[in-house]
Design a protein around this ligand. Structure first.
Ligand code: ADP
Ligand code: MG
Ligand code: ZN
Length: 518
């Protein structure tokens, strides 16, 4: 308590902090799974300050995060050094950091990147500290990076797995805000800490309301504007858009057609403008920021009352982070996602054009399909779905009707559409054979054909002669559309873009043939 108050200038511990600190003080291995912003750092910083007969080594994945933490600690007078990082001041600072570690006047903490552990002078230093019993603890911050899951973040974390072998007597703390059961098991296994003390906090944000709404392209901005005017007059909010241009367009319409205080924010603005917009929004000079995902790092505004996704987020984890910026003050806030399958398509096409490895593209696509499934699932509690992604079992009874699906009182009817899906695939395969080379069937054509449309374009192609033409005409259009979307999401159907004249046309293709096993 004394260190908390005098050194960190904080009043009281947050949930589970003290327990985790005590376990560390007892010299145990510690696993901490708390959401971002809940105060994981304190769980190793306080023991490090208190245990003066050695140093605590903190491994962090990003030099910018290391710098922020080190600067914050120096500001409150905690003796800390960092190894590695910026080229410019590297030599002099690093020399003195190393000298101090060799000397008797040691700092309380050392921050370094995983690469540093491989550098010979650092290895010698750590070994010497270890031999003299002065290595108090290894802290692996953002520990999810150690598993394959961290593949998108960086790839030099896996060698951390040797820490236990090299320094068997030094306890380890692993900290993360991103772990499902598999990731967690992998972290504990790789760091070889089977008997660690484990501390978890729920990721549930009780005061947030979650809803997914169908996005009607032309009407969507109007709907958003009316919603804000009616329910959030003069209140602070964030609208996330996919592209720079849509940020600018949406902000402009909100401003000019509806008189709302909205400004755009994206990575292509020059730095000064961007900082100014962010500052004005933070200071409450205007209320609605229309932004790409570039906006959000380090945002700490408590009174955000709504977060609207004008387009699908890139993953459920990203969605959790982005919506997490709402209601930090604990008061009610709303998170509305406008969903259309077309936006998923657009994102997929963007991913495919990017200059990335095939694996990475596949992971990103998988993440998007997970988002699409979330959006299309109009039955399960939203919290239950999002939290499942973090390995948390959430009982919908605790949602308090703070999501659209829990609020929906209509009885749930289960219908098995497997046979319909098989018929759809069969019809698709035989119609695709009728198409000319370099052309194909679009999603809306397949839906029309399944519903037995009388459209001339389809009749002229001879489609209507197929015995399965119109096989799903008893189902509503929306159901058939959803069935085809689900088949795309689940990978039975795929799609490919083909250049037709000036335009790109997206055609469906078969991924799992009905010949195989249906
Ligand atoms: P995490 O690593 O879990 O994302 P941090 O350790 O960076 O979170 O802490 C997030 C913020 O919460 C910091 O500004 C920190 O000062 C603050 N914080 C941590 N513990 C407490 C506490 N017990 N009381 C008040 N503020 C705290
Ligand atoms: Mg942290
Ligand atoms: Zn719910």
């Amino acid at each position: 308590m004394e260190v908390l108050r005098k050194v960190f200038r904080l009043q009281s511990f947050r949930p589970k902090q003290l327990e985790a600190i005590c376990a560390a003080m007892d010299g145990r291995d510690v696993f901490v799974l708390f959401p971002t912003g809940s105060g994981k750092s304190l769980t190793f910083q306080i023991p490090a300050v208190l245990q003066t007969n050695g140093v605590t080594i903190v491994v962090g994945p990003l030099i910018s995060l290391i710098r922020d933490q080190v600067d914050a600690l120096l500001k409150i007078g905690v003796d800390v050094v960092k190894l590695g990082g910026e080229q410019s001041d590297r030599d002099s600072q690093e020399m003195s950091a190393r000298e101090r570690l060799w000397s008797a006047d040691k700092p309380r903490l050392v921050y370094l990147t995983p690469e540093q552990l491989r550098v010979p002078p650092t290895k010698r230093l750590l070994q010497s500290l270890y031999d003299r019993g002065q290595l108090m603890r290894f802290v692996i911050d953002e520990a999810h990076c150690i598993t394959d899951w961290g593949r998108r973040f960086r790839d030099s974390y896996p060698e951390l797995a040797d820490i236990r072998k090299q320094y068997p007597k030094t306890p380890i703390s692993a900290l993360t805000a991103t772990a499902n059961a598999e990731v967690e098991r992998d972290i504990l296994c790789r760091l070889d800490m089977p008997n660690c003390a484990q501390f978890r906090l729920s990721f549930n944000r009780k005061n947030l309301y979650y809803e997914v709404r169908p996005k009607r392209q032309k009407k969507c901005i109007e709907e958003i504007a009316q919603d804000i005017i009616q329910h959030f007059p003069g209140q602070t909010g964030i609208i996330y858009c996919l592209s720079r241009t849509s940020c600018e367009d949406v902000a402009k319409v909100l401003r000019e057609d509806y008189g709302l205080q909205a400004k755009h924010y994206h990575a292509k603005m020059d730095n000064r403008d961007r900082e100014r917009v962010q500052r004005e929004w933070s200071d409450g000079k205007f209320h609605i920021i229309v932004a790409t995902v570039a906006f959000g790092m380090g945002i700490d505004k408590g009174d955000v009352r709504f977060v609207i996704h004008y387009s699908v987020p890139q993953s459920l984890a990203a969605y959790y982070q982005e919506t997490g910026r709402a209601g930090r003050d604990g008061n009610p806030a709303q998170c509305i996602l406008y969903y259309t399958f077309n936006d998923v398509r657009t994102r997929i096409d963007m991913i495919r054009k990017e200059d990335k490895s095939d694996d990475e593209k596949r992971w990103q696509e998988d993440d998007l399909w997970t988002v699409a499934r979330y959006c299309m699932n109009d039955v399960r509690c939203r919290r239950q779905q999002v939290l499942a992604h973090f390995g948390e079992k959430f009982d919908p009874a605790h949602c308090n009707q703070l999501c659209d699906n829990c609020r929906d009182t209509r009885p749930t009817i289960r219908v098995d559409h497997s046979d319909d899906a098989i018929s759809a695939l069969r019809l698709f395969e035989s119609l695709a054979r009728l198409c000319k080379r370099n052309s194909g069937l679009t999603k809306s054509q397949l839906v029309s054909a399944l519903r037995g449309s009388k459209q001339k374009a389809l009749i002229d192609k001879g489609f209507s002669t197929d015995s399965l033409y119109g096989i799903l005409k008893a189902l509503p259009q929306a159901t058939v559309e959803r069935l085809v979307d689900e088949m795309l999401v689940e990978g039975f159907l795929g799609s490919a873009q083909v250049q037709v004249g000036e335009y790109n046309q997206t055609y469906l293709k078969v991924c799992v043939s009905t010949q195989l096993n249906c």
